[in-house]
Design a binder for this molecule. Structure first.
Ligand SMILES: C[S@@+](CC[C@H](N)C(=O)[O-])C[C@H]1O[C@@H](n2cnc3c(N)ncnc32)[C@H](O)[C@@H]1O
Length: 320
């Protein structure tokens, strides 16, 4: 069953010519592409010549071995090294583990829409590039000429690199994790972007948004992509209860005609509820917003028709 589903998934990517523009791609998305109890708990991502398998429930050894053999047979050039990331335990601190072949050491470059990003297979919980945000990166590379950009919850700064490559006049990148801010700087430099156009802040969004406002700063594009939960020095954040508070701090920094791109990765929050929270913040801050479009999963994440399964949701909103 899994073999047939994987072949069908590869055929889909090939018919849509998805590898033509990137060498970082999800080639199998179990929740949408498998009807099998095991298969639906697996995703397979390709980064250049490496494969990153994610499991959301333990895969029996026998199935894992046949999956590895199948990948090596079907995508030999793209599966020289294969790692497994176990996400079956929510609070697990474990990194990815090498499964087979020559797994690359340290960071290496993948190219998406012609832009280089640093990823890593070993000693990490995540490769460093969120493949579900590829459409947003593409939008940024096309639209950010001369824009002042603020990237909140930046992680490794991939969205900042896309905005910088798109010609942004300045990009401020902010994250609460020191190693990821360092990774974001490396990403910026290796993409040959001008250092003086990039500002990197290691800090808490809730602490920094009022500080940026006090400095009189404003931005043409603000990117907001928080985790579902986080703990900060001053308290905890969750998309379940803090979206209005967060957007209430963001909107005063958005320039007239500026665009807020706000997204969440929370299956349990319906799109309508998310939008209501943003509307509340707009009302409280006296901001008038125009709807420009949706942030959504790309074609490489096929899902069943039930909208609840499209966990990534968000909006492009313009201040008028
Ligand atoms: C979902 S990731 C963002 C992914 C990123 N937008 C991308 O496309 O690569 C969430 C990030 O938010 C950061 N974070 C969590 N709480 C934060 C806070 N209060 N202030 C700043 N960053 C925070 C985490 O360290 C993590 O890197």
């Amino acid at each position: 069953m899994l073999e047939k589903e994987l072949i069908s998934a590869l055929e889909l990517r090939s018919s849509l010519r998805l590898f033509d523009e990137t060498d970082a791609l999800r080639v199998f998305y179990g929740p949408g592409e498998s009807s099998d109890a095991i298969g639906s708990q697996i995703a397979i991502d390709i980064f250049s010549d490496q494969a990153w398998i994610t499991q959301w429930a333990p895969i029996p050894d026998k199935v894992l071995k046949s999956l590895v053999a199948l990948l090596q047979q079907k995508l030999p050039e793209r599966c020289r090294g294969i790692v497994l990331m176990d996400r079956s335990e929510v609070a697990s601190e474990a990194d990815s583990v090498p499964l087979d072949g020559e797994v690359r050491e340290g960071k290496f470059v993948v190219k998406e829409f012609g832009i280089p990003y640093l990823v890593q297979m070993k000693n990490t919980k995540h490769p460093g590039l969120f493949l579900d945000h590829a459409p947003l990166r593409r939008w940024l590379t096309r639209t950010q000429k001369d824009k002042r950009v603020l990237n909140l919850f930046s992680y490794t700064g991939a969205l900042s690199v896309a905005a910088g490559a798109g010609g942004a006049s300045s990009v401020t990148t902010l994250d609460l994790s020191k190693p990821t801010i360092e990774w974001a700087k490396e990403n910026w430099d290796q993409a040959s972007l001008i250092r003086s156009k990039g500002d990197f802040i290691f800090g808490d969004v809730f602490d920094w948004l009022p500080r940026l406002k006090k400095k009189g700063l404003e931005y043409d594009t603000i990117l907001c992509d928080p985790p579902s939960f986080s703990r900060t020095k001053t308290g905890a954040f969750s998309t379940g209860k803090d979206l209005a508070r967060l957007h209430g701090l963001i909107l005063p920094l958005l320039a007239k005609n500026g665009v807020l791109v706000t997204s969440i990765n929370s299956e349990n929050i319906p799109e309508r509820a998310f939008l209501s929270e943003v509307e509340n913040a707009a009302r409280q801050t006296g901001t008038r917003l125009q709807w420009l479009g949706r942030v959504d999963l790309p074609e490489s994440f096929p899902t069943p028709l039930d909208p609840k399964q499209r966990y990534l949701k968000g909006f492009y909103l313009r201040s008028v």
